[in-house]
Design a binder for this molecule. Structure first.
Ligand SMILES: [Zn+2]
Ligand SMILES: [Zn+2]
Length: 253
Protein backbone atom coordinates (compact mmCIF):
# COMPACT_ATOMS: atom_id res chain seq x y z
CA UNK A 1 0.00 0.00 0.00
CA UNK A 2 2.79 2.39 0.95
CA UNK A 3 4.47 2.05 -2.44
CA UNK A 4 1.18 3.03 -4.08
CA UNK A 5 1.12 6.35 -2.26
CA UNK A 6 2.71 9.35 -3.90
CA UNK A 7 3.92 12.32 -1.95
CA UNK A 8 1.40 15.13 -2.05
CA UNK A 9 2.77 18.33 -3.62
CA UNK A 10 1.18 20.36 -0.84
CA UNK A 11 1.33 19.41 2.81
CA UNK A 12 -1.44 20.75 4.96
CA UNK A 13 -1.12 20.00 8.67
CA UNK A 14 -4.31 18.78 10.34
CA UNK A 15 -5.95 21.15 12.82
CA UNK A 16 -6.10 19.99 16.45
CA UNK A 17 -8.98 17.52 16.77
CA UNK A 18 -9.74 17.51 13.04
CA UNK A 19 -11.48 14.52 11.43
CA UNK A 20 -9.71 12.58 8.68
CA UNK A 21 -12.30 13.28 5.98
CA UNK A 22 -12.14 17.01 6.74
CA UNK A 23 -8.36 17.06 6.46
CA UNK A 24 -8.34 15.15 3.18
CA UNK A 25 -10.97 17.50 1.78
CA UNK A 26 -9.06 20.57 2.98
CA UNK A 27 -5.94 19.20 1.30
CA UNK A 28 -7.80 18.74 -1.97
CA UNK A 29 -9.21 22.23 -1.73
CA UNK A 30 -5.77 23.70 -1.07
CA UNK A 31 -4.45 21.83 -4.11
CA UNK A 32 -7.51 22.91 -6.10
CA UNK A 33 -8.04 19.33 -7.18
CA UNK A 34 -10.73 16.72 -6.72
CA UNK A 35 -11.00 14.69 -3.54
CA UNK A 36 -10.59 11.57 -5.66
CA UNK A 37 -7.21 12.80 -6.83
CA UNK A 38 -6.00 13.22 -3.24
CA UNK A 39 -7.31 9.78 -2.31
CA UNK A 40 -5.38 8.29 -5.22
CA UNK A 41 -2.24 10.11 -4.11
CA UNK A 42 -2.66 8.63 -0.65
CA UNK A 43 -3.01 5.09 -1.96
CA UNK A 44 -6.69 4.57 -1.19
CA UNK A 45 -8.09 1.64 -3.16
CA UNK A 46 -10.46 2.55 -5.94
CA UNK A 47 -14.03 1.66 -5.08
CA UNK A 48 -15.56 -0.83 -7.44
CA UNK A 49 -19.19 -1.60 -7.16
CA UNK A 50 -20.06 -5.19 -6.27
CA UNK A 51 -23.83 -5.15 -6.44
CA UNK A 52 -24.85 -2.26 -4.26
CA UNK A 53 -21.86 -2.64 -1.98
CA UNK A 54 -18.27 -1.51 -2.19
CA UNK A 55 -16.90 -4.88 -1.29
CA UNK A 56 -14.21 -4.99 1.35
CA UNK A 57 -13.92 -1.21 1.66
CA UNK A 58 -15.35 0.63 4.68
CA UNK A 59 -17.97 3.20 3.79
CA UNK A 60 -16.23 5.81 5.86
CA UNK A 61 -12.48 6.06 6.30
CA UNK A 62 -12.94 8.43 9.23
CA UNK A 63 -14.27 5.52 11.26
CA UNK A 64 -11.37 3.22 10.72
CA UNK A 65 -8.17 3.11 8.67
CA UNK A 66 -6.15 -0.08 8.66
CA UNK A 67 -2.43 -0.12 9.40
CA UNK A 68 -1.26 -0.32 5.79
CA UNK A 69 -3.45 2.55 4.65
CA UNK A 70 -2.51 4.60 7.68
CA UNK A 71 1.14 4.20 6.70
CA UNK A 72 0.34 5.14 3.11
CA UNK A 73 -1.51 8.31 4.11
CA UNK A 74 1.29 9.22 6.51
CA UNK A 75 3.87 8.73 3.76
CA UNK A 76 1.96 10.75 1.20
CA UNK A 77 1.21 13.63 3.52
CA UNK A 78 4.36 13.74 5.63
CA UNK A 79 2.23 13.26 8.73
CA UNK A 80 3.06 10.88 11.59
CA UNK A 81 1.01 7.64 11.47
CA UNK A 82 -0.15 8.30 15.02
CA UNK A 83 -1.53 11.67 13.94
CA UNK A 84 -3.39 10.00 11.08
CA UNK A 85 -4.96 7.45 13.43
CA UNK A 86 -5.90 10.24 15.83
CA UNK A 87 -8.17 11.64 13.10
CA UNK A 88 -10.30 8.47 13.01
CA UNK A 89 -12.92 7.30 15.48
CA UNK A 90 -10.63 4.40 16.38
CA UNK A 91 -8.92 7.11 18.46
CA UNK A 92 -11.87 6.93 20.87
CA UNK A 93 -12.32 3.15 20.84
CA UNK A 94 -12.93 1.90 24.36
CA UNK A 95 -13.26 5.43 25.76
CA UNK A 96 -16.18 7.25 24.14
CA UNK A 97 -17.39 4.51 21.85
CA UNK A 98 -16.81 0.92 20.98
CA UNK A 99 -15.90 -0.30 17.55
CA UNK A 100 -17.69 -3.33 16.18
CA UNK A 101 -15.93 -6.68 16.40
CA UNK A 102 -14.58 -6.22 12.88
CA UNK A 103 -13.28 -2.80 13.84
CA UNK A 104 -14.84 -1.07 10.83
CA UNK A 105 -17.98 0.39 12.34
CA UNK A 106 -19.12 2.05 15.52
CA UNK A 107 -21.47 0.18 17.82
CA UNK A 108 -24.43 2.51 18.28
CA UNK A 109 -25.60 0.83 21.44
CA UNK A 110 -22.47 1.08 23.54
CA UNK A 111 -21.21 4.18 25.30
CA UNK A 112 -21.70 7.31 23.19
CA UNK A 113 -21.34 5.83 19.78
CA UNK A 114 -23.42 7.11 16.91
CA UNK A 115 -23.33 4.99 13.82
CA UNK A 116 -22.51 7.45 11.10
CA UNK A 117 -22.60 11.13 10.35
CA UNK A 118 -21.53 14.20 12.25
CA UNK A 119 -23.00 17.10 14.14
CA UNK A 120 -21.38 20.49 13.53
CA UNK A 121 -20.95 24.01 14.84
CA UNK A 122 -21.82 26.49 12.07
CA UNK A 123 -19.54 29.14 13.62
CA UNK A 124 -16.59 26.73 13.81
CA UNK A 125 -17.10 25.81 10.16
CA UNK A 126 -17.16 29.49 9.22
CA UNK A 127 -14.09 30.49 11.22
CA UNK A 128 -12.01 27.48 10.13
CA UNK A 129 -12.88 27.58 6.45
CA UNK A 130 -14.89 24.36 6.62
CA UNK A 131 -12.78 22.12 8.86
CA UNK A 132 -14.75 19.46 10.79
CA UNK A 133 -13.91 18.25 14.29
CA UNK A 134 -13.67 14.50 14.92
CA UNK A 135 -15.44 14.83 18.28
CA UNK A 136 -18.60 16.10 16.52
CA UNK A 137 -19.10 12.51 15.38
CA UNK A 138 -19.49 11.28 18.95
CA UNK A 139 -22.84 10.97 20.66
CA UNK A 140 -21.60 13.02 23.60
CA UNK A 141 -20.91 16.10 21.49
CA UNK A 142 -23.90 18.39 21.78
CA UNK A 143 -22.61 21.94 22.23
CA UNK A 144 -19.78 24.20 21.13
CA UNK A 145 -18.37 25.78 24.26
CA UNK A 146 -16.30 28.23 22.22
CA UNK A 147 -19.27 29.71 20.41
CA UNK A 148 -21.79 28.95 23.16
CA UNK A 149 -24.41 27.27 21.03
CA UNK A 150 -25.82 23.80 20.51
CA UNK A 151 -24.37 21.80 17.65
CA UNK A 152 -26.53 21.33 14.58
CA UNK A 153 -27.66 17.79 13.88
CA UNK A 154 -28.94 18.07 10.33
CA UNK A 155 -28.70 20.12 7.19
CA UNK A 156 -31.48 22.76 7.40
CA UNK A 157 -32.39 22.22 3.74
CA UNK A 158 -32.29 18.48 2.98
CA UNK A 159 -32.90 17.47 6.59
CA UNK A 160 -30.23 14.79 6.51
CA UNK A 161 -27.41 14.22 8.97
CA UNK A 162 -24.20 15.40 7.28
CA UNK A 163 -21.34 13.05 6.51
CA UNK A 164 -23.18 9.77 6.67
CA UNK A 165 -21.31 8.80 3.55
CA UNK A 166 -18.10 10.01 1.91
CA UNK A 167 -18.32 13.16 -0.15
CA UNK A 168 -18.10 12.76 -3.90
CA UNK A 169 -14.54 12.38 -5.13
CA UNK A 170 -15.34 13.97 -8.48
CA UNK A 171 -15.30 17.61 -7.47
CA UNK A 172 -13.08 20.03 -5.59
CA UNK A 173 -14.55 19.78 -2.08
CA UNK A 174 -16.26 22.66 -0.36
CA UNK A 175 -16.55 21.11 3.11
CA UNK A 176 -18.69 23.92 4.52
CA UNK A 177 -21.46 22.91 2.10
CA UNK A 178 -23.77 19.93 2.62
CA UNK A 179 -22.48 17.04 0.54
CA UNK A 180 -25.57 14.85 0.89
CA UNK A 181 -27.35 13.87 -2.32
CA UNK A 182 -29.66 16.64 -3.53
CA UNK A 183 -33.32 16.22 -2.67
CA UNK A 184 -34.51 17.66 -5.97
CA UNK A 185 -34.36 15.23 -8.87
CA UNK A 186 -31.94 16.34 -11.51
CA UNK A 187 -29.53 18.02 -9.12
CA UNK A 188 -25.84 17.46 -9.60
CA UNK A 189 -24.91 14.48 -7.45
CA UNK A 190 -21.25 15.45 -7.40
CA UNK A 191 -22.09 18.83 -5.90
CA UNK A 192 -24.37 17.39 -3.22
CA UNK A 193 -27.22 19.29 -1.58
CA UNK A 194 -24.94 22.32 -1.53
CA UNK A 195 -26.53 24.16 1.38
CA UNK A 196 -24.13 26.43 3.25
CA UNK A 197 -23.97 24.80 6.70
CA UNK A 198 -22.33 27.87 8.25
CA UNK A 199 -25.82 29.42 8.27
CA UNK A 200 -27.58 26.51 10.00
CA UNK A 201 -29.62 27.77 12.97
CA UNK A 202 -28.97 26.36 16.44
CA UNK A 203 -29.89 27.49 19.91
CA UNK A 204 -27.49 30.04 21.47
CA UNK A 205 -26.64 29.43 25.12
CA UNK A 206 -25.79 32.07 27.73
CA UNK A 207 -22.38 31.94 29.38
CA UNK A 208 -22.38 29.56 32.33
CA UNK A 209 -25.32 27.52 31.03
CA UNK A 210 -25.30 23.99 32.54
CA UNK A 211 -25.22 22.44 29.07
CA UNK A 212 -21.90 24.15 28.36
CA UNK A 213 -20.50 23.06 31.70
CA UNK A 214 -21.67 19.49 31.03
CA UNK A 215 -20.04 19.49 27.61
CA UNK A 216 -16.77 20.72 29.03
CA UNK A 217 -16.83 18.09 31.75
CA UNK A 218 -17.62 15.21 29.43
CA UNK A 219 -14.84 16.23 27.03
CA UNK A 220 -12.40 16.51 29.89
CA UNK A 221 -13.28 13.06 31.16
CA UNK A 222 -13.01 11.42 27.76
CA UNK A 223 -9.73 13.09 26.95
CA UNK A 224 -8.25 11.97 30.23
CA UNK A 225 -9.42 8.43 29.58
CA UNK A 226 -11.53 8.13 32.66
CA UNK A 227 -14.79 7.39 30.91
CA UNK A 228 -15.41 4.46 33.20
CA UNK A 229 -15.81 6.93 36.04
CA UNK A 230 -18.82 8.68 34.57
CA UNK A 231 -20.37 5.59 33.10
CA UNK A 232 -20.80 4.11 36.53
CA UNK A 233 -24.35 4.75 37.57
CA UNK A 234 -25.72 5.75 34.17
CA UNK A 235 -29.16 4.26 33.61
CA UNK A 236 -28.87 1.09 31.61
CA UNK A 237 -31.81 1.30 29.25
CA UNK A 238 -30.35 -1.06 26.72
CA UNK A 239 -28.79 1.74 24.76
CA UNK A 240 -26.61 3.56 27.27
CA UNK A 241 -27.05 6.78 25.35
CA UNK A 242 -25.82 9.84 27.17
CA UNK A 243 -27.66 12.26 24.95
CA UNK A 244 -31.30 11.87 23.98
CA UNK A 245 -32.36 11.92 20.35
CA UNK A 246 -35.35 14.05 21.22
CA UNK A 247 -35.62 17.12 23.38
CA UNK A 248 -35.18 20.87 23.04
CA UNK A 249 -31.77 20.62 21.38
CA UNK A 250 -32.98 18.06 18.88
CA UNK A 251 -35.86 20.25 17.78
CA UNK A 252 -33.79 23.37 17.27
CA UNK A 253 -31.02 21.75 15.29
ZN1 LIG B 1 -18.08 26.46 17.41
ZN1 LIG C 1 -28.29 19.20 2.75
Amino acid sequence: MRELARTLPIRLPPLPGEALDSWLEATARRMDTTLGDVLLHCGFPVRQRAGNQFRGIPTDWTIFLDERLTAAVAHASGTAPEAVTAMTLAHYDGRALQMSSGGRAVSRHVLWGRGRGSRFCPDCLRSSGGRWQLSWRLGFSFACTRHRRLLADRCPHCGQVPRQRPRSGRSVPRPELCGNPPIRPGGLISAGCGTDLTHAPTLPLPAGHPVLAAQDRVMEIIETQTAAFVLTGLPRNGHQRCWPTSGPWASVS
